[in-house]
Design a protein. Sequence first.
Length: 137
Amino acid sequence: MIKWFGHGKFSHVDCVLPDGSLLGARSDVIQGVPAGVQIRPAGYMTCPVERVDIPCTPKQEQMFYSYGRSQIGRKYNQLGIVAFFFSTGWTNEEERFCSEFATMCLQAAGMLGQLSEPPNKIDPDSLRLILSAVWGK
């Protein structure tokens, strides 16, 4: 649904940890890992994957992963996804969806400034567009 409503090719975003495992928010249970913000095994995705390496300082990298890990256990933001379909700003501040989570990690690390839309309005394709505009990736 996200891919269709976003009119792009991406429907999910994960953050790659140094050991290759993936940190992100999902609505489903994957290989026994519960829904929400969790660390999942590398290679759990069966569809084509595009990796984007973002240049950063060691301090930014530490802040990115520190913030991301602090979010582990948060529930998946189902209401935020529904908001895309109805073009509203509905969200739950205590929950996250994938591109909202990744955008918040980038902002917490000082790698993305204030955007014209809040993180809960950023879908995977919008985040990819932002990354290409900021870093040419």
